[in-house]
Design a protein around this ligand. Structure first.
Ligand SMILES: Cc1cc2nc3c(=O)[nH]c(=O)nc-3n(C[C@H](O)[C@H](O)[C@H](O)COP(=O)(O)O)c2cc1C
Length: 185
């Protein structure tokens, strides 16, 4: 698949087959992620891979509770309160793999990690794997207790949690607004 085709056909996947993604494919995805540009080639990313569906369900429950407690007094235009209050809703959509990209405490780490994440998602798509960025999980993954539990250094910041798996349903996707060019001199 050429790059333009990958850009235009990648979708966020929220329904996965049970087949586990083999280690060598995960390694290919991680390597593709590290091909991203980064400030001064600082490569300020680190990866955590979790391939344990039971553990991911537990993390989902904890992430939902935390997200709800942090946002309960905030405006809720997307009805997250209702979605996240459903005990059957797994924020990781029962995917078998979660890859979390953590950024270092360098100022440019957030940008570096986002670019690595996009590389990973596009590479996965060309390998017929699905991915979805799970923003709902960031608060948990960045909690001091959670990092201590997994042995993740406290100075690292959770940037991009990406679920990976074999798609069981590929949505047609949302349309995009035309690029709003404000100024073109
Ligand atoms: C920063 C970020 C956070 C996201 N968080 C979630 C999430 O928690 N759950 C989810 O189902 N999708 C999440 N998504 C996926 C978006 O909903 C999706 O990219 C968007 O609707 C466009 O659809 P597409 O990826 O299929 O083009 C997130 C995407 C980004 C970039």
């Amino acid at each position: 698949m050429d790059l333009m085709k990958a850009l235009y056909t990648r979708r966020s996947i929220r329904k996965y087959k049970n087949d586990p993604v083999p280690k060598n494919m995960i390694e290919q995805l991680l390597e593709a992620a590290t091909m991203a540009p980064s400030a001064s080639n600082s490569q300020s990313w680190s990866f955590v891979v979790i391939q344990d569906v039971k553990l991911l369900k537990e993390y989902s429950d904890r992430a939902k509770a935390l997200f709800l407690s942090l946002t309960k007094d905030k405006p809720d235009p997307h009805n997250y309160l209702k979605i996240l209050s459903d005990p059957d809703f797994n924020i990781f959509y029962n995917a078998g793999t979660l890859i979390i990209i953590y950024g270092s405490d360098q100022l440019t780490a957030y940008g570096d990690c986002c670019l690595a994440a996009q590389n990973l998602m596009l590479a996965a798509h060309t390998m017929e794997l699905g991915t979805c960025w799970i923003g709902f999980s960031v608060a948990l993954l960045d909690q001091a207790d959670f990092k201590a539990e997994l042995g993740i250094p406290q100075n690292l910041t959770a940037v991009a949690p990406l679920i990976v798996g074999y798609p069981d349903f590929i949505p047609s996707g949302f349309s995009r607004n035309p690029a709003q060019v404000m100024i073109w001199k």
